[in-house]
Design a protein. Structure first.
Length: 318
């Protein structure tokens, strides 16, 4: 186990370095000049040169990258060229909002997806399966931004059931915090619930028709025990993989939802930074999201052995 973890950590470090190179090169390929955005359109050549020297943009690209990588290892991402605020402080303020939204949305997606997936697998060819498949088709087909706008117009403005915008930290006021995050989390989690539902249904359908399940039924095991002890448990490996990948996607894909509901998360910070050519913030945000992906994938691999002891991290059977 320790050897496997060491191997995965080494792979993760290599992935982070490669991601940092791609991010560094991609950010500098964006059109526009951050020094010009910081100094103003009417700045003269001397002022622009001074700003570039202050930002380190006058140095060769390899030197800029090594400096950026060394600072990132120590957690120093520099200061925002737009506000002058330390990037670490900006991420520390906005990232918890996005994490709370993503975890809440994934919780909704997992509960709804597992429930509908189990119903679709158990009641094959009957109306519960049709209803579950219809939900997944709707959730996957409708764009998130359009569904979010409709939710704001009808559920918030006309009916007044939920706030149209704003954020309250659940750590300070749990009830109000959950209330403000409920509608954005539902909108964000719908498409992910559809993915969980489809995977759960497909996995459980194969499991419930397996020979060992028929044997368990022939020995008199109850229907509920067959469904949950054999069907659902053997389907959790596939579902765990999907949930791990979807959680990373939720953190990265919350940009639209945060924009619609005016949530002060990392999605809004990313958009503002891209529009203002704020190199340090963009680089830091992408690296943080990449790191989150890596950590989540590592946790998913470790969970395999907890869900099913037959699965070995070496990939070889006993």
């Amino acid at each position: 186990m320790l050897r496997y973890l060491f191997h995965r950590l080494w792979q993760s470090a290599v992935t982070l370095v490669l991601a940092s190179i791609v991010v560094f090169a991609g950010v500098r390929a964006l059109p526009g000049d951050p020094a010009l955005a910081m100094a103003g359109e009417e700045a003269d050549a001397e002022t622009l040169a001074a700003v570039r020297a202050q930002l380190g943009l006058d140095q060769p690209l390899p030197v800029q990258y090594l400096k950026f990588l060394g600072n990132a290892v120590t957690g120093d991402f520099g200061r925002s060229t737009r506000t002058g605020t330390p990037v670490t402080e900006m991420i520390g303020t906005t990232l918890p909002v996005t994490v709370q939204l993503a975890v809440y949305a994934m919780l909704i997606a997992v509960l709804a997806g597992l429930l509908l997936g189990v119903l679709a697998a158990v009641f094959r060819g009957r109306w519960p399966e049709w209803a579950a498949n219809g939900f997944s088709l709707f959730a996957l087909s409708v764009p998130t931004f359009w569904l979010g706008i409709l939710a704001v117009v009808y559920l918030s403005v006309q009916l007044g059931w939920f706030p149209a915008s704003g954020y309250v930290s659940p750590l300070k006021d749990p009830l109000r915090g959950v209330y403000y995050l409920t509608l954005p989390a539902v909108i964000l989690g719908l498409s992910h619930a559809a993915v969980v539902q489809r995977q759960t249904r497909a996995s459980m359908t194969g499991t419930l028709t397996a020979d060992f399940v028929r044997t368990a039924r022939a020995k008199g095991l109850g229907r509920g025990a067959v469904i949950f002890r054999y069907g659902l448990r053997n389907s959790l490996i596939v579902v765990t993989t999907i949930v791990g990948l979807q959680l990373g996607g939720l953190i990265a894909g919350a940009v639209v939802t945060e924009r619609i509901f005016s949530l002060p998360g990392i999605g809004k910070l990313t958009l503002d930074s891209v529009f203002s050519r704020d190199y340090p913030v963009i680089q830091a945000v992408v690296l943080v999201i990449t790191f989150a992906y890596i950590v989540i994938n590592l946790l998913v691999d470790v969970l395999y052995t907890v869900i099913d002891p037959r699965v070995r991290v070496s990939g070889r059977s006993r």
